[in-house]
Design a protein around this ligand. Structure first.
Ligand code: NAP
Length: 355
């Protein structure tokens, strides 16, 4: 028997029931199923959250098809970030500013596609006043990515020129905003005119549409001015051309490979193999003489360095940035459609599920 108390269902054993999108194993996007399951007892250092919004990340798609290096073995619930209200605190939770009833946003290592969550209290932060739940769910993962790439690895500084690929996407928009806030000079690239117009309307006047003339367009826009930093999550020729455009002492930070985006449900094996075989390769010996370097990272592995992760979370929640741009919302029950929309590559800003 199941009993409903307010917004929550309780099972025969007194455990809270929740809905979650789960896959039995990675390999296909359409293995995702909406399930009802019990939440276990709340651990001492965790908080229980009634989720109101779930932020989608491109990594969710790669995880579902098994192309993501950190994909869990066996069944898993995808999802790296959420926002909601705190329902309960574990007995040892003592974080200033986190109390029952608070509006919080959080970043987790999988498990976010659920309407109730239990997460370590260190992984949540209060949603800034005036932000919606959707904006809260759109902030942490992508801002952490942009911030780590720009600051820790990219050594961004005022006056430095930064090439940001997919600049109208989730990470891209946060990178553009951070560059502006830090006095750096962002150049955005996008795949279509509608994204270029969107960025121009936000006051970014150096935006290139990445087409067959990408190299010429970049050279024309730079007009001999030095390019100091590239943020790349596309790969292939775009990455190679961007590296070639860097000035001496320049850095390229690589954190994704959207060119391997899967088809509707599965990887595109043949074209991915072709791209993999033709991928750009870099020789450290050339880098010494060129005096340009490449750095790479995946945020998911930074969880293993909790002090670093906590520090980055604190840093990005202390910024006074505008709330992130939520481009489209879908009801929680329509997660598969939301994933297909994000996979299509036309989205602007963040795609969010509302619960
Ligand atoms: N390493 C990390 O820790 C980390 C963390 C977060 C995100 N990422 C990576 O950063 C990138 C951005 O992530 P996001 O979640 O913010 O997604 P997003 O930028 O909102 O969406 C992905 C974007 O990729 C671009 N894209 C390029 N080639 C594509 C293709 N063949 N098919 C579909 N889209 C393509 C599209 O923008 P344009 O067409 O305008 O380029 C699309 O909008 C992703 O590659 C993601 O895997 C890495």
């Amino acid at each position: 028997m199941r009993v409903r108390t307010g917004a929550h269902s309780i099972d025969d054993n007194g455990s809270m029931q929740r809905r979650a999108w789960k896959t039995e194993k990675a390999g296909r996007i359409d293995r995702l199923r909406l399930v009802e399951e019990s939440l276990g007892p709340l651990t001492d250092d965790s908080v229980r959250v009634r989720v109101r919004a779930v932020g989608l990340n491109f990594a969710d798609i790669f995880a579902l098809v098994g192309l993501y290096s950190a994909t869990p073995k066996g069944p898993f619930v995808p999802g790296l970030e959420f926002s909601g209200e705190v329902l309960e605190l574990g007995v040892s939770v003592d974080r200033p500013g986190i109390a029952v009833g608070d509006r919080v946003m959080g970043c987790i290592r999988f498990g976010g596609y659920a309407d109730h969550l239990e997460v370590p209290a260190t992984q949540v932060r209060r949603i800034p006043d005036g932000w919606s739940f959707e904006q809260g769910a759109a902030y942490l993962a992508q801002t952490l990515t942009a911030w780590y790439a720009l600051s820790t690895l990219g050594d961004v500084a005022p006056g430095r020129r930064v090439l940001v690929h997919s600049a109208a996407g989730g990470v891209g928009l946060q990178a553009m905003a951070l560059c502006r806030a830090l006095g750096a000079l962002p150049i955005g690239t996008v795949s279509g005119e509608h994204k270029k117009r969107f960025l121009e309307a936000r006051g970014y006047d150096e935006v290139i549409v990445r087409d067959a003339r990408f190299r010429a367009r970049l050279e024309q826009l730079l007009a001999g001015r030095p390019l100091h930093l590239v943020l790349d999550a596309v790969g292939g020729t775009v990455q190679r051309r961007s590296f070639e455009a860097l000035a001496p002492t320049g850095r390229m930070v690589v954190f994704g490979a959207a060119e391997y985006t899967p088809g509707k449900n599965r990887p595109r094996y043949l074209s991915s193999l072709w791209k993999y075989l033709r991928r750009p390769r870099y020789d450290p010996l050339w880098m010494i003489s060129d005096n340009r370097s490449i750095l790479a990272f995946n945020l998911i592995w930074l969880w293993e360095d909790q002090p670093l992760f906590d520090r980055l979370m604190d840093e990005i929640t202390e910024f006074d940035l505008e709330p992130p741009h939520v481009g489209k919302t879908f009801p929680f029950a329509e997660a598969p459609a939301a994933l297909q929309y994000l996979r299509g590559g036309t989205s602007i800003g963040k795609v969010v599920l509302t619960c």
